[in-house]
Design a protein around this ligand. Structure first.
Ligand SMILES: Nc1ncnc2c1ncn2[C@@H]1O[C@H](COP(=O)(O)OP(=O)(O)OP(=O)(O)O)[C@@H](O)[C@H]1O
Ligand SMILES: [Mg+2]
Length: 422
């Protein structure tokens, strides 16, 4: 039995959410997309940039000496179903080149791109056409809408190109327009829509194709800041529902940490850091990444999992507790957490209330059990946990999605982390 745990209840682990660098593991053991040592060099005889004597040279040096532009240099990563994989970097770092290579709009100089285990680099033109029609869809920065078609026809356009009949494509398009919050706008034209709405149509059109992979190249860059922030939030919740493999390009770290499960930071065609938002913000690999991350408050990425602790006293069989005060004294605690025999969280008993019971026969403790105390999840950001702190007199209980008790988040720990990272 662990000290302080009267019931001997084992605390389940808080799990992986938020652990630095936690890679997303595919369910079937296969990544949707796996990019291996991808190079793209622009110029004459581009292979020269990959010769041994040139491999260590900088992009500038290669440009000066060989008149070649290294747009992608040995890029390797993978992404899987339900993951939003963000590629971030300054202008010219190779982001768009990467996306174009992923659908072979431009041909890579070297490397492999495996989609569902098949190397699309080896595809002939027929296979490539099939791949583009069935597995991948793209959302562009400039929306790519057709001005003479209304919203419904724009959303249905991809399906029309695929040869899907009117009735069916309208049905799917309407459903997707509803997903992006545009029901009622089917008959409108592009000129009648705000930028945010136009991008929602672009998104609905891509989703109507039901692709496995959604490529988004700076989709929100053309929008004003307020709408842009709103769209990020919407995309994050939409992804919860649709569970696609999203490759999302941005040059904005704030955007990257909001939508991304993992972020790859590119510089001069190379991925210089790849990790969870928390990883990137807390452990930047070099000064370049550090500078990028400086404007982002750390509380945006640090979650409760990182400060979770064990309470002094957990009571499972609380209806048969005979001397709760003595137990609390022994444990030196001001409260006890109540769980049921399946470790589901029930509530909290503060010591003050227990002392009221003195003299009463042991029995039902319902009237001293607080069940309305705010709880948090391990993945709750500390920033959001602050709200629960306002009324808290004891540490905040942490529960998982099925209400299993995981531990507590102590006020002191939350405030210490926030204070250290202001
Ligand atoms: N067709 C091309 N011919 C020659 N060089 C190119 C071509 N397309 C891109 N490049 C070069 O490749 C590098 C990467 O460009 P890319 O457009 O991928 O950058 P990016 O990260 O998308 O930038 P931005 O944020 O401005 O969109 C740049 O140095 C660019 O000059
Ligand atoms: Mg670009």
């Amino acid at each position: 039995m662990r000290p302080g745990f009267e019931t001997g209840h084992e605390l389940p682990s808080a799990g992986s959410p938020g652990e630095p660098g936690a890679a997303v593991t595919p369910q079937n053991g296969e990544y949707t997309i796996s990019v291996r040592s991808l190079w793209k060099v622009f110029g004459k005889n581009p292979e020269r940039a990959l010769e041994a004597q040139n491999l260590q040279k900088s992009k500038t040096k290669i440009q000066q000496e060989l008149n070649l532009v290294v747009a992608l240099k040995d890029v390797t990563f993978e992404a899987t179903t339900g993951e939003t994989f963000v590629v971030m970097g300054l202008s010219g770092s190779g982001k768009s080149t990467l996306v174009r290579c992923l659908i072979r709009l431009i041909e890579a100089t070297s490397g492999d791109i495996l989609v569902d285990g098949e190397n699309i680099i080896d595809y002939d033109s027929n296979q490539l056409r099939n791949f583009r029609r069935s597995k991948v869809a793209m959302v562009f920065q400039n929306f790519g809408l057709l001005p003479h078609k209304n919203v419904l026809d724009n959303a249905a356009y991809g399906l029309e190109v695929r040869g899907v009949g009117k009735e069916q494509r309208y049905e799917v398009a309407s459903e997707m327009l509803a997903k992006v919050g545009l029901t009622g706008w089917e008959g409108s034209y592009q000129r009648e829509l705000s930028g945010g709405m136009q991008q929602r149509v672009g998104l609905a059109r891509a989703l109507a194709l039901d692709p496995e992979i959604l490529l988004m190249d700076e989709p929100f860059s053309g929008l004003d800041p307020l709408i842009r922030r709103q769209m990020r939030g919407e995309l994050a919740s939409l992804q919860e529902e649709i569970q696609k493999t999203i490759i999302f390009i941005t040059h904005d770290l704030d955007e990257a940490v909001t939508v991304g499960d993992r972020i790859a930071i590119m510089k001069d065609g190379e991925i210089i850091q790849l990790g969870s938002p928390q990883d990137i913000i807390m452990n930047p690999v070099d000064d370049f990444v550090k500078e990028f991350t400086q404007g982002i408050p750390k509380t945006k990425v640090i979650n409760v999992a990182s400060i979770i602790s064990e309470p002094e006293l957990i009571i499972a069989d609380w209806r048969r507790i005979e001397d709760l005060v003595a137990q609390m004294d022994r444990a030196g605690t001001e409260y006890a957490i109540c769980v049921d025999t399946d470790n589901k969280y029930i509530g909290v008993i503060p010591k003050q209330k227990v002392t009221l019971l003195a003299g009463r026969p042991a029995g039902d403790l319902t009237d001293i059990l607080h069940t309305d105390v705010a709880t948090v999840h391990p993945e709750t950001l500390l920033e959001q946990a602050l709200a629960a702190l306002v009324d808290a007199t004891i540490p905040i209980p942490v529960v998982d999605g099925s209400n299993c008790f995981l531990g507590v988040a102590a006020q002191r720990d939350i405030l210490m982390v926030i204070a250290a990272n202001l």
